[in-house]
Design a protein around this ligand. Structure first.
Ligand SMILES: *Cc1c(COP(=O)(O)O)cnc(C)c1O
Length: 399
């Protein structure tokens, strides 16, 4: 009996990509095997974090790297580092930021529901500008600059395709003129692989990526890349701090050197602790990611989507096709199935629900419901599942 069966839970055929509510990607056997091996031996978590951090720095060109429990945790830890820096008393007080600079300036077009994570250590978002282009709204560099005061702790930026925004490089220049760090949410911006280096090269001080999306790492993993001093602050606020000064493995680095008055206590990052299994799994997934033939994977995903499109092509009220992403490239091919709801006499949502609730449960992407369309992504499909998705869709859309 499979593990899910023993729990009475049905696995889902996931045609919607590595979304968290559907548990991310099926994991490559090499990554799963590395995690299983790591699970059987204890290590010092600082040692393995530092080793992983050196690897992350090497592949990104950042000064330092750190493994987090996900990109959202990376945002929270970044904000904590920007606010507390090396002040151990401040670290101990978060999320109480009374008397500390705690404002994070962000363009309104970049506020997402993940921005909530930035507020976790007590930061307050200061939103500037408008969404769009002149006549509808736009953000100018002076909008950003004029929001900076002595209460500002950082600037934040989300990678996406919003119009009329101040670019990452301009945001970095403004931040650095004021001696502030720029925190970048690049969670879903891989591939292309070049993005591991790009945002750092453009001036970001901290960049967070999801480990569980296209890298194919553990679902509860993420990368944080950036300036060495900020990553050190993250590490101090995230590690287990049940230590005596005399036996703390970092006593030389921080205490004997006089950099800290004593070891900090457990920080705001402690509830986001990372397991050895996640650290190892993320490194192994990244090593694979650096050499995987991503173009061949894309072609293979497209073949699977075309198989589904072909199966639906002649159905009345249904217009399937590949999404043209030439204007805003997506990390993977996507199919969209436009629905003529009047002709089908049912809503797109009811089809999403029927697919999800019947046997076997099939999840399609809901990212195109605003266009009255179902979305399909093949990155999370296992061999043979595209045929099942095609058959289920055909059946449900024919009635
Ligand atoms: C997925 C995502 C996140 C959260 O990433 P996790 O690794 O799941 O924590 C944050 N921001 C954006 C833009 C995302 O797409």
């Amino acid at each position: 009996m499979g593990i899910y069966e023993t729990l009475g839970v049905r696995p889902v055929i996931n045609a919607s990509g590595p979304v968290t509510r559907l548990s991310g990607n099926p994991m490559h056997p090499d990554v799963a095997a590395a995690m299983a091996e790591a699970a059987q031996l204890c290590v010092r978590i600082d040692d393995i974090q530092e080793a992983a951090g050196r690897y992350l720095a090497e592949i990104s060109g950042a000064e330092a790297g750190y493994v987090t429990t996900g990109a959202a945790a990376g945002l929270a830890l970044s904000a904590a580092a920007a606010i507390a820096r090396f002040d151990v008393a401040a670290m101990d007080r978060l999320p109480d930021t009374a008397g500390l600079p705690n404002e994070i300036v962000i363009q309104r077009a970049h506020v997402t529901d993940y921005s909530h994570a930035l507020r976790l250590p007590g930061a307050k978002l200061v939103e500037v500008g408008y969404v769009g282009y002149p006549g509808q709204g736009v953000t100018w560099p002076w909008d950003v600059e004029s929001a900076i005061t002595e209460r500002t702790a950082a600037l934040a930026f989300s990678i996406g395709s919003a119009k009329g925004i101040v670019s990452l490089a301009e945001m970095a220049a403004i931040a650095h003129r004021h001696d502030l760090p720029l925190i970048v949410d690049a969670a879903a911006s891989l591939p292309p692989r070049e993005n591991l280096r790009r945002f750092i090269a453009e001036g970001a001080d901290l960049v967070t990526f999801s480990g569980g999306k296209m890298i194919g790492g553990p679902q509860a993993s993420g990368l944080l890349l950036g300036r060495a001093d900020l990553i050190e602050s993250v590490a101090l606020q995230q590690q287990d701090m049940d230590v005596y000064p005399e036996t703390w493995p970092w006593r030389q680095r921080y205490l004997e050197s006089g950099r800290l008055p004593g070891p900090p206590h457990h920080g705001i990052g402690r509830p986001m602790k990372v397991g050895k299994e996640e650290i190892v799994g993320l490194v192994v997934a990244l090593r694979r990611f650096m050499t995987r033939d991503l173009e061949a994977e894309r072609r293979d995903q497209q073949v699977q989507l075309e198989l589904i499109i072909d199966a639906l092509r002649d159905l009345p009220g249904v217009a399937p096709g590949l999404l043209d992403d030439s204007a805003a490239p997506r990390p993977y091919p996507t199919a969209i199935i436009r629905l003529d709801e009047r002709r089908l006499e049912r809503s797109a949502e009811s089809i999403v629900n029927q697919l999800a609730e019947e046997d076997p449960p099939v999840a399609v992407s809901q990212n195109f419901l605003d266009r009255r369309a179902l979305g399909l992504v093949a990155t999370t499909l296992r061999p043979g599942e595209a045929e099942i998705v095609a058959a289920r869709l055909k059946e449900v859309l024919s009635h």
